[in-house]
Design a protein around this ligand. Structure first.
Ligand SMILES: [Zn+2]
Length: 206
């Protein structure tokens, strides 16, 4: 892995302006005032991003293909898939909420992951694919709008509340969604964004 270039950056935690030196493979730079991790040159970052993004996309596909939750109460049983649980919002006259949920828990994460696969492939092959810079800009912009993990926490809170009213079972898709969220979190947190920008720009300069 290449050495990263030195540059000036502002600490996200304490706003200190710091001249970050060039980092050799495996080195990290911390803020001298608050010890916040400023930059890291991780040699395996691209392989990890690619592998976890592909896995995450597969888990997302699985999570819409099978039953998500099952309920049984008073002799009645019902299972719902992830998409059905969103469609229920439409039948409850909440179409805009359904659209927001669908966008933030499926559409944006899927777009983010496809973009991450695209950028990491371009960097792994060391080839400038069309629009790599634009795709990287878009995926970094989309990142805060993915609500997959918040949705999951919401499901768990609801689960605890309704478990006294009905027998609730977690389906295969639920567990796929958990794995999808875990893999996507790795894709979001592991790579150093500054290093990604540097490498994408250096591809375009070639
Ligand atoms: Zn700091």
């Amino acid at each position: 892995m290449v050495t990263t270039a030195g540059s000036q950056m502002v600490c996200h935690e304490c706003d200190l302006l710091i001249a970050v030196p060039a980092l050799a493979s495996g080195q990290k730079a911390y803020c001298p005032r608050c010890n916040y991790l400023l930059a890291a040159n991780r040699p395996q970052a691209l392989t990890i991003v690619f592998a976890f993004a592909v896995s995450s996309l597969l888990f997302l596909l699985l999570s819409i293909a099978f039953p998500f939750l099952g309920f049984s109460a008073g002799g009645q049983e019902r299972t719902v898939t992830l998409l059905q649980s969103i469609a229920i919002l439409v039948t409850e006259d909440l179409p805009s909420l359904a659209a927001i949920v669908f966008t933030t828990i499926i559409l944006i994460p899927a777009a983010f992951l496809i973009g991450a696969v695209y950028v990491s492939s371009a960097l792994k092959m060391n080839r400038s694919l069309p629009g790599t810079v634009t795709v990287l800009r878009w995926i970094l912009m989309l990142m805060p709008w993915s609500m997959a993990e918040i949705f999951l926490i919401g499901i768990l809170v609801a689960f605890v509340k309704i478990v006294s009213l009905a027998d609730v079972s977690l389906g295969l898709s639920f567990w796929s969604y958990v794995l999808f969220t875990v893999c996507m979190t790795v894709v979001m947190l592991y790579p150093d964004k500054r290093q990604l920008w540097e490498r994408v720009r250096s591809l375009n300069d070639d």
